[in-house]
Structure formats: C-alpha cells, structure tokens
Design a protein around this ligand. Structure first.
Ligand SMILES: Cc1cc2nc3c(=O)[nH]c(=O)nc-3n(C[C@H](O)[C@H](O)[C@H](O)COP(=O)(O)OP(=O)(O)OC[C@H]3O[C@@H](n4cnc5c(N)ncnc54)[C@H](O)[C@@H]3O)c2cc1C
Length: 377
C-alpha cells in the first residue's frame, strides 16, 4: 500500500513515522520550499493524547530526545494587575508538558529525508477508475497512491476539494502573540504554570517555554544524526487589547509601537518584555475554527486529519494534540490494512467516524475556553 500525505506539519509527519513503523510506503508532499522557510516558533502544550501519539509513531530512539526538549507545564496560576500586583490565585494546574512547534517539527523530520518532498504543494486530486488516487501538484507534476491524506492545515486544498461546503470561521478580535528570551528578570513574571495580567486596555497571558536541555545540545548527545535548532528557552505571551489594533498585515515594529502605546502605564518589566520580543517569532494572531461537518459518506481514497478538518483556536491547547491523535489513529488503522486484517475503504471510514467525533468535541471545548478580555475595573 502506498499513502500520499499532503502537508509536512505536525500531524502529517507523525503519520509518516507511524506508517513507516508499520511497513507502509509513504510520500509526504509539502508546499513550503524547505524545512526552515516560515515563522513557526510557538509553544505547544502536549497532553496525554499528543504524547501517546508521538510515542506510538516516533521510533523509540527519539523518545528520550523528545523528553529532553520538552519542559514542565505545572504550578500555580496567578492573576495580577498591570502594575504586577497580585489580584488572586486560580489554584495549581498540571497540563502535561510543553515544547516548541519548530523544535518538534524538526524532530519529526528526523529520518524522513527521503520521504518528504518540499516545494510540492498539492493543488487537487483525481480518483482514478483503478481505485487509486492521483494528487496534482503545483509544480505541474503528480503522485499516485492508494490513499491521499490531507494534512495540509487550516487552509487545506484537499478539504476544499473533498468538502467544498465545510466552513472555516475567523474569530473576531485581534491578539498579538510574542516570545521573549527567558532571563531571570522575565522568569519572575511566571513563577508557576502561568500568569494572567488584567489591565484596563488589554489582557496578557504569560507562560514559560523552558526546555529541559537546549535542543541543539540534546540532539548532539542523544541522537547525533538529528539536527535541532539552536532555540533558547523563552517566555510566550499573548496580548489581547480591548480595542482592536489596526487590521491588515504590518511590520512587527508597527504592531509593537501600537501595542506599547496601549500599555503605557503597565509595569516596566511587562513593557520590556514586549520591547525585547523576538522579531521573527512575534506577530498578530488570527484564530480560526471549523463548524462541525457530518461524515461525508461513501468510501473514498481521500481523507483528512488535523487542522485540515477540525481547526480550533489555540485557547484549549488542543489543535496539535488532536492532529497527533488523528495521525496515530490513522496509522494504526492503516497498519491493520497492511497486515491484511482490514479493507482500506472501510478502515478509513471507521477512522473518520471516530476522528470527527472527538475532533469536533475539541473544537467546541476550545471555543468555550476563549479568554474573556472584558476591561478590568
Ligand atoms: C499561537 C498558537 C499556539 C498554539 N498552541 C497549541 C498548544 O499549546 N497545543 C496544541 O495542541 N495546539 C496548539 N496550537 C495549534 C497547533 O499549532 C495546530 O493545531 C497544529 O499545528 C495542527 O497540525 P497540522 O499538522 O494539522 O497542521 P500544520 O501544523 O499547520 O501543518 C500543515 C502543513 O501543511 C502544509 N501545507 C499547506 N497547504 C499545503 C498544500 N496545499 N500542499 C502541501 N502542503 C501544504 C503547511 O505548509 C504545513 O507544513 C497552537 C496554534 C497557534 C497558532
């Protein structure tokens, strides 16, 4: 059996590992020109679903490296005002472990050099009379397999063709996502799991991304053939102004100036956190989600996973975890087909029924957890 995966994101790469472990032939077709060509560095909270999926799919020799480039997500949650005076405590939380999306993606690329084809966007597909599927690529080429998996993220070209009526909604409001290198001064802002700052003009969520070991060094020691980026620990912050910032794409410097103007009476540590943000990895944040879709029926040679079918706002910390869960479930399902104990169309439909059920529960949960940005009094 040959599986084509559109998209070398977290879900697509996890699936590719799971399939290779099961002896299934796989090709991953990725739109971007290379593994480093895009802003992609933010903190990802990994819950039990995400970690179980990664452990099930990644080769065992990479498990210790995954643990080394993760960090804790536990401790007290505090609410403070804009001058950093504690307003209340929300009690301790333990949400598993955190890692960085870019670091995780590089780790997931390990061992897949001959499987991932960069610069090859999937722009459409044809289901052929012989039961195979042909993916059409933006470079004019094509690829043929027994199954095409759209793991091509929130703007999925595969979903647009398979489910043209599926609706993706952009949430109103505009948050700004930033990250600032973790120094002793900034670490004091988040003594536990996280800190929420409630000010009159904005709210700010703060969380730490503190790697147990620096990713590049950890890879050199634990899996010398794997190249991880030289990413240092950082503080991840999200500012949600009560009055929207100007819309449209703008340089970071302009966004930062607007933001600082809104926060002018905030504590100097918070202002410096914004001033010293990493320019490449800080930007306005657009949150989107999908309306639930019923199963599309029929037994096709095309399916979807992750943000391509159930995008959700980051508020629940579940998008990547659900994409990874989909990947592990689909890999398990296709492994049974490879062994000859299941038929491909029926197995894929079974995967879809389960994935749609828990996927849209996660979307609803994430929408319920959208933060309240009512101005502080
Ligand atoms: C600020 C922020 C914080 C987040 N925090 C968390 C968190 O804490 N926990 C969590 O679980 N989730 C979190 N998420 C969500 C998470 O990042 C996504 O849900 C997850 O990356 C989805 O994985 P995916 O593989 O489905 O898609 P992606 O990771 O988006 O990958 C899609 C891939 O497909 C490629 N592609 C696109 N179009 C095509 C095409 N036509 N052909 C070929 N390739 C294509 C893209 O270039 C990309 O490489 C967060 C998101 C944001 C924005």
């Amino acid at each position: 059996m040959k599986v084509l995966v559109a998209g070398a994101g977290l879900g697509g790469l996890c699936l590719a590992h799971g399939l290779l472990r099961a002896g299934v032939d796989v090709r991953v077709l990725e739109r971007e020109d290379g593994p480093h060509s895009r802003y992609q560095g933010f903190r990802i909270a990994l819950n039990a679903h995400g970690l179980d999926a990664l452990h099930a799919c990644l080769p065992e020799r990479l498990h210790a490296l995954l643990a080394a480039v993760s960090g804790p997500m536990a401790g007290e949650r505090r609410v403070v005002d804009q001058r950093l005076r504690e307003v209340r405590r929300l009690g301790p939380a333990d949400e598993g472990t955190a890692t960085d999306r870019y670091v995780l993606r590089q780790l997931l690329l390990a061992g897949l050099a001959d499987r991932v084809e960069f610069g090859r966007p999937v722009v459409g597909y044809t289901e052929r009379a012989d039961g195979t599927v042909e993916a059409h690529l933006g470079d004019g080429g094509s690829a043929v397999g027994d199954l095409l998996v759209g793991a091509d993220g929130v703007g999925s070209a595969v979903r647009r063709r398979l489910l043209p009526r599926a609706e993706v909604v952009t949430l109103p409001g505009n948050a700004v996502l930033g990250r600032t290198p973790l120094t002793a001064r900034f670490a004091a802002l988040v003594p536990g799991f996280g800190t929420v700052v409630h000010g009159a003009a904005a709210s700010m969520l703060l969380g730490r991304m503190e790697f147990r070991r620096p990713p590049r060094l950890a890879a050199a020691e634990l899996a010398p053939d794997v190249r991880l980026p030289d990413t240092g620990s950082y503080l991840r912050w999200v500012v949600m102004p009560t009055e929207p910032l100007p819309a449209g794409p703008r340089p970071w410097e302009a966004v930062r100036t607007d933001l600082l103007a809104r926060l002018d009476d905030w504590h100097p540590d918070l202002l410096d956190l914004v001033r010293q943000a990493d320019v490449v990895n800080s930007a306005p944040l657009t949150a989107r989600y999908a309306e639930p879709v019923p199963h599309w029926g029929g037994s096709r040679r095309v399916t979807l996973l992750g943000d391509a079918i159930h995008p959700m706002p980051p508020s629940g910390g579940q998008g990547a975890n659900t994409a990874l869960r989909d990947a592990a479930l689909l890999a398990r399902t296709l492994a049974a087909v490879q062994r000859g104990s299941a038929e491909l169309p029926a197995a894929v439909e079974q995967y879809e029924q389960r994935m749609l059920e828990y996927g849209f529960v996660a979307v609803a949960d994430s929408l319920r957890r959208l933060p309240d940005v009512t101005p502080a009094r």
